[in-house]
Design a protein around this ligand. Structure first.
Ligand code: FES
Ligand SMILES: [Fe+2]
Length: 430
């Protein structure tokens, strides 16, 4: 017996995987999903295996770990991960699991270390994951190099740190090079997190994303956000007015002059980037629409950059303005619980109390997040009812939700399917 491997108890999720694939094959893509996708713990485990353990996730921002030995930690389902800046400035990601008896190595969200030392028996690792020290008790034949930390895929672009637990993660380089280009004006290495919030929401992660992908609910729920946000993100949106199209034309002429990227860029349904104006006369997502930080970011000189929106499925959206940037990530906890982390970033030399006031900076999105949390939680409560059945999306107002679920469904079926769609339909008697 090979004692170095985990033994499997068999896969109790196999029937759930089959049923999940069948439901996805049979769904109407313009309707919300069947109930188990939102509230079943076993299906949640399949989501974690097939989406969150396979996709690229945004672990944080490079400026959060600016120098050698700075680290941050994240939790992907049951998997604790450490992201750390190495000796030459490069960023590594590892499973935050000691190779001795498996203790978590780093227990805080962020910090700085000279070496990674396990709190249990002090096995000590280099910043690049090599085991350096394991006491003197391990006996003859023990080789340090057999017990290096397990690496996690890690890439950076435009100030974002992406990690993936997959053996073969999806292709992402084309998106990353475009992202780097669009983020160039922000000089993200020279930014800092002015403040962050961690919000628990009693709702399935897909409900959090669905809610974010439409603004059908904005009029009824988000008075603070609508002080500055224009709902549509394309001049081709059938709801877009002539005044909006004129405003886009005026802004893009100005942005072209300053070499500020804005054009819509899409990478399948997983990623999209576009810069759109904010409400005329406003420049930032603050209550009065004025700058949240007096110091503009990077090489930016015109505060009126609207907001560059970056979508990264399965779990992040972002607003990049001239004076600050807001990064949102969603982390599933269980079938009916998620955590939303929001980070407000400003120029690293911006001084709190002089250039920006934290309460003012965060006010709009604190209110908006809390409003969205309540909407998500009520959505979850209703879906849990025996009366719930999938309901229709508006193709005009909720196309973003349709796109998200099409992407989710495609990824799930790609990973789950060992049975062609036709056979399943025949099984279902269609
Ligand atoms: S579990 Fe880490 S040193 Fe023992
Ligand atoms: Fe909302």
């Amino acid at each position: 017996m090979d004692c170095t491997q985990n033994l499997s108890l068999g896969d109790p999720l196999e029937p759930v995987r089959k049923a999940t694939a069948q439901m996805l094959h049979e769904r109407d893509h313009s309707f919300s999903l069947p109930q188990p996708f939102y509230n079943d713990e076993r299906l949640f485990q399949v989501d974690m295996q097939e989406i969150f353990h396979k996709e690229w996730l945004i672990a944080g921002m490079t400026s959060e770990i600016p120098t050698k030995g700075n680290f941050l930690t994240v939790q992907i389902g049951d998997n604790p991960i450490i992201v750390i800046r190495g000796a030459e400035g490069q960023i590594h990601a590892f499973h935050n699991v000691c190779r001795h008896r498996g203790s978590r190595l780093c227990v805080s969200d962020k910090g700085k270390v000279a070496k990674l030392v396990c709190p249990y028996h002090q096995w000590t690792y280099e910043l690049d994951g090599r085991l350096l020290f394991a006491g003197t008790e391990m006996g003859e034949g023990f080789k340090l190099s057999d017990y290096n930390l397990k690496p996690v895929n890690c890439k950076t672009a435009g100030g974002f740190i992406f990690i993936s637990l997959a053996e073969n993660p999806p292709a992402i380089d084309e998106f990353l090079s475009t992202l780097a280009h669009y983020m160039e004006p922000y000089d993200m290495e020279n930014t800092k997190v002015a403040v962050q919030s961690v919000m628990r929401e009693q709702a399935n992660w897909k409900l959090v994303i669905e809610n974010n992908r439409e603004c059908y609910h904005c009029n009824g729920s988000h008075p603070e956000l609508l002080n500055t946000l224009l709902e549509w993100d394309d001049v081709t949106d059938p709801r877009a007015s002539q005044a909006f199209k004129d405003q886009v034309a005026e802004c893009t002429t100005r942005w072209d002059k300053d070499n500020i990227p804005y054009a819509h860029a899409s990478f399948g349904l997983r990623n999209r980037i576009v810069r759109m104006p904010l409400l005329k006369g406003t420049v930032s997502m603050t209550m009065d629409g004025k700058q949240g930080s007096k110091k503009l970011m990077g090489r930016i000189t015109d505060p009126d950059l609207g907001s560059m929106r970056i979508l990264h499925l399965p779990h992040s959206w972002n607003h990049c303005m001239g004076d600050h940037l807001i990064n949102f990530t969603v982390w599933p906890i269980s079938a009916q619980e998620s955590v939303v982390i929001t980070k407000w970033l400003v120029h690293k030399d911006a001084v709190e109390g002089v250039d920006y006031d934290v309460a003012r900076l965060r006010e709009v999105w604190d209110a908006t997040n809390d409003q969205d949390r309540r909407l998500g939680e009520e959505n979850q409560r209703g879906i849990n009812s025996t009366a719930y059945q999938p309901g229709p999306y508006s193709k005009t107002y909720e196309f973003g939700v349709i796109n998200f679920l099409d992407w989710y469904s495609e990824r799930m079926l790609n990973n789950l399917d060992d049975t062609p769609a036709q056979t399943l339909r025949q099984v279902a008697g269609e």
